[in-house]
Write a protein that binds this ligand. Structure first.
Ligand code: CAA
Length: 692
């Protein structure tokens, strides 16, 4: 028995050889599995008693595709494209039998087979674009030949998997098999193909579907235009489109060569390195060294939410969506009614767009209990406080909850800045207290900062992390500090953005640079969206900052039609001279010297302090790993995934360069730019955050 026998087992069912892939957990097509398939295929071909071959996945799935950990390393053994050409060239029919997932190279393998059968629950897709690459084993050439270029664009550029039923409707799956009898069904299917003497169907030989592009030559231009916003800044989507165009234009083998060249370009680039890093970083974030995976979680059958405002409502929706009943509490009837109405309207809008069945609106609303009495939270297993950001109020609520909540209930605060330990100290059960910081809009944004207090129990952490995942969030564990990871770093950017505008850079230039970098919006657009009057009141604010003066003129952001920008009825922003005058006035009063700054300086001044703050967060142990910080920024603030998050980005620039610039700005602007000791150390050792 050689090593490959372990990863592919062959069994005979009459004249059919069944090759089972057994390279858990996901049958990633690494060297050993590729060699194993080749060896088993050759043996089946050489055996004259074998008339057909079935390829099936052992364990949870058919295959999740190429082994992502092998990218960027020298290849050994047969390449996936060569293996697939070899399967396609087999003189005996090869049937792919799909359950679980057939993704990326997994689906490409199935496309190289002559037939595909799948159970209805299976999912197939080409998600490579999400890793900054393209289906590089013939996927961009074979898929359009089966489903036509338009659908191929959706599947390949969109990257989302589709269900087997939909795949069968497109002709991508030849037959659906019963859930429990895939193997037997595939064998019978193969026998039938042999008995009926069906010719071997090779997708490479098909031309009927790609003819569609000849009838509609504007197809690709239209698709590019429709998706321009979604694909802004990314390199892979355009390469995918170019390959599908090539499939329609070139003979199959030339198309394959084109695809190969585009794949090589992408896989060796920074964007793909960043996106592959993010794939693993997201999975790493779930792992907490001192809270093992098997830590038993507390059962959560009902959630309580205090506050029916924007945050409370959004938070509640996450649980309702997952079928978990919610009790929502407010102090006044009108506020409660307003909150309920917003939740209902949100659901109705989703239903109107066809993304939710109308009956589900009622099912979800039916899981919601509203009340004005805090005592009603006694039956909840988890209570999340989402009231105004005021320590006094929060402390009062937690001391009341301590008397109301049942033993073992988890008491969580959605605070975005405040000290969880001080909140926990108001109870006699600090071990049950934790932060669960959702990001606005809470029903949409995927980030959940789970804030571990000094005394938070391990099973409470395990519960918050697991529940977060259950409701579709990406939970990241962080420690107690002002603003935790995300807002603490954001404050650095905001401070420098404010300083830059006083120096004479316009808010529009700051926003443009940040937007061009790939973030969804710059700091001033973001402030206008959130509202400039958060924490501002005419009576108490006499500091006369730019923000105060804007508020005084009733320029409180988008909601009042003006903030830093002017807004028209469609909320389109235009730069405002009023704002520029206010800034100039404040600058003069504060004696700030006006000067020009290059785009590069704007970028460095706003983003390097964030990296520096990230280093301090790591030094202080407020994040477990640099990649957790990156996951926070990607999922909570829209940091461009193709730049891998601020810490990964800093590594790509090189820490000595970042350090040198921080020192230069420190000399000019003082200790706000003082480099973190960790950054100094890593730079001097020639290391990056990735080496921690
Ligand atoms: N390569 C290497 N490792 C992989 C992998 C892959 N393609 N897919 C998953 N894994 C690893 C995960 O990192 C994880 O490892 P740890 O347990 O050590 O954290 C383990 O397998 C299990 O994965 P998940 O935790 O993600 O399991 P899941 O059940 O939640 O999800 C999945 C399963 C939907 C298949 C998901 O793992 C996934 O989306 N995988 C990636 C799919 C993909 O992008 N395929 C394209 C690969 S590129 C390609 O194929 C290029 C080509 O054209 C040649």
């Amino acid at each position: 028995m050689n090593a490959n026998d372990n990863v592919v087992s062959t069994a005979r069912e009459g004249a059919v050889a069944v090759l089972t892939l057994q390279s858990g957990p996901v049958n990633a097509l690494g060297t050993a599995l590729r060699q194993g398939i080749l060896a088993a295929l050759e043996a089946a071909e050489a055996d004259s008693a074998v008339k057909a071959i079935v390829l099936i996945g052992g364990g949870r799935m058919f295959s999740a595709g190429a082994d992502i950990t092998e990218f960027g390393k020298p290849q050994s053994g047969i390449s996936l494209p060569d293996l697939l050409n070899r399967i396609e060239a087999s003189l005996k029919p090869v049937v792919a039998a799909i359950h679980g997932n057939a993704l990326g190279g997994g689906l490409e393998t199935a496309l190289a087979c002559h037939y595909r059968v799948a159970v209805s629950s299976a999912k197939v897709g080409l998600p490579e674009v999400k890793l900054g690459i393209l289906p590089g084993a013939g996927g961009t050439q074979r898929l359009p030949r089966v489903v036509g270029p338009r659908k191929a664009l959706d599947v390949i550029v969109g990257g989302s998997p589709i269900g087997a039923k939909a795949a069968s409707g497109m002709g991508l799956v030849d037959e659906l098999a019963p859930e429990e009898g895939l193997r037997a069904h595939a064998v019978a299917f193969a026998e039938r193909m042999v008995a009926e003497g069906r010719p071997l169907l090779k997708i490479r030989d098909r031309d009927d579907k790609i003819a569609e592009s000849r009838e509609n030559p504007g197809l690709f231009a239209e698709f590019r235009q429709e998706n321009a916003r979604k694909t802004r800044g990314f390199e892979a989507p355009e390469a995918c489109i170019a390959c599908i165009e090539a499939a329609c234009r070139l003979p199959f083998d030339e198309g394959l060569a084109f695809e190969r060249a585009e794949f090589q370009k992408l896989v060796s680039g920074t964007q793909s390195a960043a996106q592959r890093y993010v794939f693993f970083a997201e999975r790493q974030a779930a792992k907490i060294p001192d809270v093992p995976d098997d830590t038993p979680a507390r059962p959560i059958a009902r959630v309580g939410v205090i506050g029916a405002g924007t945050m409370g409502g959004g938070i509640s929706m996450n649980f309702l969506n997952a079928g978990i009943p919610v009790t929502i509490v407010e102090t006044k009837r009108e506020a409660l009614d307003r909150g309920l109405k917003t939740i209902r309207t949100n659901y109705e809008n989703t239903a109107r767009k066809g993304r939710l069945r109308p009956e589900d609106v009622e099912t979800r609303m039916g899981l919601l209990t509203d009340t004005l009495e805090l005592d009603k939270l006694a039956e909840c297993d988890l209570i999340i406080e989402a009231v105004f950001e005021d320590m006094g109020i929060k402390k009062e609520i937690f001391s009341k909850l301590d008397t109301i909540a049942k033993p073992g209930a988890i008491l969580a605060s959605n605070t975005s800045y405040l000290d969880i330990d001080a909140i926990a100290a108001m109870t006699n059960r600090p071990a049950d207290v934790i932060g669960m910081h959702f990001f606005s809009p809470a029903n949409v944004m995927r980030l959940l900062e789970v804030v571990r207090g000094e005394k938070t129990a391990k099973d409470v952490i395990a519960t918050a992390m697991q529940l977060g995942r259950k409701v579709g969030k990406i939970p990241v564990l962080v420690g107690v500090c002002h603003g935790f990871v995300g807002n603490r770093m954001l404050a650095e950017r905001q401070r420098e953005a404010n300083r830059l505008i006083l120096e004479g850079v316009t808010p529009w230039d700051v926003d443009r640079v940040i937007h061009d970098f790939g973030l969804p919006m710059g700091p001033f657009t973001m402030s206008d969206l959130a509202g400039l009057d958060i924490g501002w009141s005419r009576e108490t604010n006499k500091s006369e900052s730019v923000r105060d003066l804007l508020c005084e003129q009733d320029r409180r952001g988008q909601k009042t039609g003006a903030g830093f920008y002017d807004y028209d009825a469609k909320r389109k922003a235009t730069p405002s001279e009023v704002t520029e005058e206010i800034i100039a006035r404040v600058a003069e009063r504060q004696g700030v010297k006006r000067r020009d700054a290059t785009d590069q300086e704007i970028l460095e001044r706003t983003l390097y302090p964030m990296v520096n703050e990230g280093a301090k967060i790591l030094e202080e142990g407020k994040a477990i790993r640099a990649s957790d910080i990156d996951i926070v920024w990607i999922n909570g603030y829209g940091w461009p995934v193709y730049r891998g998050g601020p810490m990964f980005w800093a590594d790509t620039i090189g820490l000595p360069k970042v350090l040198e610039r921080l020192r230069a700005y420190q000399a000019e602007y003082g200790d706000a730019f003082k480099p973190a000791a960790l950054l100094e150390r890593l730079a001097s050792e020639g290391k990056g955050f990735k080496d921690l």
